[in-house]
Write a protein that binds this ligand. Sequence first.
Ligand code: PHE
Length: 341
Amino acid sequence: MNEKIQEMRADIVAAASGINDSKEMYQLRKQYLDAKTGMISALMKNMRELAPEERPAFGKIVNELKTWALDFFTEQDSRLKAAELAKKNAAEQIDVTMPAAPHLCGALHPNTLIANELIDIFAGMGFTIFEGPEIENDYYNFTALNTPKDHPARDMQDTFYVSPELLLRTQTSAGQIRVMENTKPPIKILSPGKVFRSDDDATHSPMFSQMEGLVVDKGITLCDLQGMLDVFAQNVFGKNVKTRLRPSYFPFTEPSVEVDVSCFECGGKGCRLCKDTGWIEVLGAGMVNRKVLENCGIDPDEYTGFAFGMGIERIAMLKYGIPNIKMLFESDVRVLSQFHE
Ligand code: PHE
């Protein structure tokens, strides 16, 4: 009997030595130690076949075998589980010092950034937004804006015509008429939008964006225009920037001015950006021409107004130092990803 038990011990050790998996080891454990079907439990049942005087000694060695087997399998189980955990950890190891995969994040287009900035500034001064159509009537784009039939701007070389009467608007000023026709002063609107001109070089594009402003009320003067443009210039280009008005000509304003800002790059001393003049031209403006007010049914003896119009791409190019207007239309992510709010 003793031999049989020694043999069983050796069998267990031999079988266990070929096992590398804790689940398989558990099956082996069950094979010997399961209370009902285990081979060690079966030995106990054999006891009945022995003479009563042999039973205590036999019971003792079977119990010893059982205690040994329990210890043996517990040890095997923790050894295999530890090895399995180490293997799992090694497979899941991460290098926390590795740089993270870059997270691509969208950004607003510089044109949108500038347009939003301008809208914020002028909304803060009480302006509301009006958006006119991109395909315009000749009347709104030219005639009502005091631009006669023989004006050079109407030439096919400058304007994209859709039909003899319809064209792609060349200026957001067309919206001035639409607003004044339908609104009794006081009027204070800002009108952003795309405009189209047959023009194409490093600083001109056949399609670009403008921001128009129009104020009409009793007693409005050129001083009101300059005051508001100071707020605009200081917000967009810097606190120390000054504005200056230079005489100019637009058919729909009288007097008309070009508005310059003092060079924000050199502070007015003269540099490459301002071509050594200390000033940078940013927009056109003027007092709304009496004829234009009349065309819209507004009495020019009672009301006066000013209007201004600026190119959004031009402001973006100046503010961000963009050398070619085409960069704003090519959608090159390497360029666009450089601009953030
Ligand atoms: N519409 C003019 C342009 O496109 C700009 C402008 C707007 C000038 C309003 C005066 C008043 O050049």
